[in-house]
Design a protein around this ligand. Sequence first.
Ligand code: BES
Ligand code: MN
Ligand code: MN
Length: 462
Amino acid sequence: MTEQFADLEARLDETRDARLAEYIEFLRIPSISTLPEHAADCQRAAEFLADRLRGAGLEHVEVAATEGHPVVYADWLHAPGAPTVLVYGHYDVQPVDPLELWVKPPFDPRVEDGRIYARGASDDKGQVHLHVQAAAAWLGVRGRLPINLRYVFEGEEESGSEHLDRWLAENRGRLSADLAVISDTGFFDGNVPAITVGLRGMMYAQLDVLGPRLDLHSGGYGGTVRNPATVLAEIIAALHDAEGHVNVPGFYDDVRPLSQGDREELARLPFDEAAYMASIGVTALWGEAGYTTLERRGARPTLDVNGLWGGFQGEGAKTIIPAHAHAKISCRLVPDQDPDRVFHLVRERVLALAPRGVRVDLQLINTGRPSLTPIDHPATRAAAAALREVFGRDPVYVREGGSVPVAASFESILGLPVVLLGFTPPDDQAHAPNESMRLDNYEGGIRTIVRYWAALASTPLR
Ligand code: BES
Ligand code: MN
Ligand code: MN
């Protein structure tokens, strides 16, 4: 089997250093999509990527403008009779704070201990780059690809993919394909290859509690008015019950119950609870009663506070009743919850909890739908075989707690089945300081994709 790819493998071995240098160059661009001051950097990252796609031999390469950051499109469509695969990844990255916890600056990539450290190394620039490299190897060595490919790389994933659905709908005509492959998920634990079969959806909102016209002297006014910060705390505390359920009427109405089969599948995963706790530095786990940790993480909905602020934050003491207090709140959703409906339910609950004397509001920031992908699809089986060949063991099938809203859009807007094939383990620290990518996974990822395209050439998808 390996014989079949000897020439491609040889090319990959020869080009290792050059590829790493290009990857580092890509990582140097601070394409933080959520911060307006980085808009030009997002454009630059898009152009860099387009340039590399052209260099790899892909065609119709385009930096397509949207009302937000551009979508990078490219294709290669010269394999008549073979399937067409739409590949998705994102070139934008998360903000970098807290900056002081980075060993080296986040956009000054560092290679150490078999890893490359930088913001975006694993989420998702590394995974985007490995796709470009897999195509470059095929086209460079064989002058062709075994299947037809279309690439859609977006620049707004980390800020909610606000303009992508519209772009997909408007470009539906030229996005025809048989399958979408999304490389924005990861391995399971350490180095266990995984195929993700479920992603949670998202409802993200801001909670505002508004009190007096301005901050008040807490001696002169304390004991006479509602304190917005206290009200904020009371509302937040009331959003869970003592058993860890989300205490919002109707919240669970549309949740598809876990089947016995789902539960057995999750229970089979090699999960070490003590190691999990140690890896994140906690001494106990918490969550909804009646569900295992992996069920709670991947297959049950949640509500979390992502940030809260109000009143005096400086050093020392300042005696005030703050005029207002705020929180960012998000829910991770599972099939068949609807993010807009969940927003309305949470908003009603929050408003019902508001006491007299303050104004409370909940404003929607973004939403994303949950998705489930079939384990027994031939394209999933072919991905599993490619992973097994390269990483030497069968992948596990996981329901991931994170969200990639475009997965649901590919199904609903383009009617495509989706395979979630990614290469980054949880200890790559996506979104956190010192994010990294294991270089063996990056290299193995390229080799997996190289084989996967060959396997799909002889996999009937229609
Ligand atoms: N790559 C992640 C999603 C992910 C996280 C997959 C963990 C597998 C494991 C993606 O870039 C991401 O961070 N998504 C956001 C979505 C949000 C901004 C709508 C998330 O999950 O918070
Ligand atoms: Mn990502
Ligand atoms: Mn992310």
